[in-house]
Design a binder for this molecule. Structure first.
Ligand code: GDP
Ligand code: MG
Length: 162
């Protein structure tokens, strides 16, 4: 079975941009994977000879009260379906309360999780990442999804798990 990688994070951090960059075919493959539903957007990506499934999610606004309300149901389900979670944050905006809530939830799950600091175009990678260390996620990778910067390096690192 190919690994399933979920993209989660609050709206506008760049999940769909990254999804589009990672995937070619979309949706058609879902029927072949038991346990996946059609509520979320699925795509298929490939690294070398390895295929993987990517799940895009609508995002978690964090405006609601409490973690259960804040995490959109589909994002929670995507996390459960995933073999690895890419938790996206926005280097331009910096750390937000919504990011902290999502991070808190992810720490309660036993999923391999990567903190993806997106939009590092024109920004120093290490400086951009440092603000997010307090989320407590060991694996932190800086990317610019819109420009493809370090996207391949990132997916290489994720796929080393499988
Ligand atoms: P989503 O709501 O998390 O799916 O975010 P989107 O993929 O829709 O992106 C939200 C906005 O961020 C769009 O205007 C994107 O063009 C922009 N964006 C995404 N990735 C990057 C990036 O690497 N750098 C910059 N500067 N903007 C980006
Ligand atoms: Mg989106």
């Amino acid at each position: 079975m190919n690994p399933v990688i979920a993209l989660v994070g609050r709206p506008n951090v760049g999940k769909s941009t990254l999804f589009n960059r990672l995937t070619r075919s979309r949706d058609a493959l879902v029927a072949n994977y038991s346990g996946l539903t059609r509520d979320r957007q699925y795509g298929e990506g490939r690294l070398g000879e390895r295929d993987y499934i990517v799940i895009d999610t609508g995002g978690i606004s964090g405006n609601e009260e409490g973690i259960d309300a804040a995490m959109a149901q589909q994002s929670l389900q995507a996390i459960e379906e995933a073999d690895a979670v890419l938790f996206l944050v926005d280097a331009r905006v910096g750390l937000t309360a919504a990011d902290e809530m999502i991070g808190q939830h992810l720490r309660t799950r036993n999923k391999p999780t990567f903190l993806i600091v997106n939009k590092i175009d024109g920004i120093d990678d290490d400086v951009a990442k440092s603000e997010f260390y307090q989320l407590g996620i060991a694996e932190t990778v800086g990317i610019a999804a819109a420009h493809g910067r370090n996207v391949r390096g990132m997916i290489n690192q994720v796929m080393e798990l499988f």
